[in-house]
Unconditional design. Structure first.
Length: 292
């Protein structure tokens, strides 16, 4: 009786274990950010599996998960410029596996080394093609243009399996001699630009002075012509500037020499002639009212 009970218990336990194993082997879960590849007895299903829970044939079917999230890979490249200068470029490549291409990638490449096998060689090739067409100085100055052209080449070469979202050039290293040569050239260019600016400013100032002088000369000419054609204008200006006092003309001694002096009438009382009998007394000047 005891042996029958033990045998029944062992049989039930074995059946439960088989059922549990079949249940575990007959289900799968695709993690977020992944796609699944179904492989049944070595045959790959052409349709990728979405993330989530699903059923499969137990024991004979396996599910391989492929990450389709964006990844970043650091790489270095040794390039040569058009003037045969060696340039070391350090860059970051942002890429991801396309969700509808996971089956082809699984069949053709190792999913663990997809970047090294498919992306990195194309990045190296595209970057070297672009740098070979420009000088070392142009490569340093046109970093964004280098990146854009290299990215176009990489996308064309990779094809439809991988999305290469961006290439970020982190550093461009030149030889020490080349860096000094480029720096000296840039300093000379800045000095030349400064000298050109000073020359242009001097030319503008000279042109401005010439225009101003020409304008002043033209104004004087027009005024002279106006005065010659209108003599009354001179009299009008004299009248406008007269302060209302009648001037006097004082001539030299005897009216025969000396400078003539104009004095207002109110200053006449202040002119006191010296006494006639005074010794060494100069002759009194002749005072004549000025004609209006």
């Amino acid at each position: 009786m005891n042996s029958k009970i033990i045998t029944s218990f062992v049989g039930i336990a074995f059946l439960v274990l088989v059922v549990a194993l079949m249940a575990a082997s007959g289900t799968y879960v695709i993690n977020p950010g992944n796609r699944g590849v179904k492989v049944t007895l070595g045959k790959v299903s052409p349709d990728p599996l979405p993330e989530g829970f699903g059923l499969k044939a137990p024991f004979i079917t396996s599910i391989v998960q492929v990450d389709v999230r964006q990844s970043t890979a650091l790489m270095k490249s040794d390039c040569f410029s058009s003037d045969l200068q060696q340039i070391k470029v350090q860059l970051n490549v942002l890429y991801r596996v396309k969700a509808d291409a996971v089956v082809k990638i699984y069949q053709q490449y190792s999913t663990q080394r997809i970047f090294d096998q498919l992306v990195a060689p194309r990045v190296q090739e595209g970057l070297k093609e672009v740098t070979a067409t420009q000088s070392a100085e142009q490569i340093v100055q046109n970093r964004e243009d280098i990146k854009t052209k290299a990215l176009e080449i990489v996308r064309r070469k990779v094809g439809e399996l991988i999305d290469v979202n961006d290439i970020v050039i982190a550093d461009i290293a030149l030889s020490e001699q080349l860096e000094h040569a480029i720096e000296a050239k840039m300093v000379q260019a800045q000095e030349a630009a400064k000298a050109k600016f000073i020359q242009q400013r001097a030319e503008i100032e000279a042109l401005t002075a010439a225009i101003k002088a020409k304008g002043e000369a033209e104004a004087i000419r027009i005024r002279s012509e106006a005065l010659r054609g209108n003599p009354e204008l001179i009299q009008l200006q004299i009248v406008e500037k007269w302060d209302g006092r009648t001037p006097l003309v004082i001539s030299g001694a005897g009216g025969t020499g000396g400078a003539n002096i104009l004095l207002p009438l109110q200053d006449l009382p202040n002119l006191q002639p010296p006494a006639p009998n005074a010794p060494n007394a100069p002759a009194a000047p002749a005072v004549t009212p000025a004609r209006r």
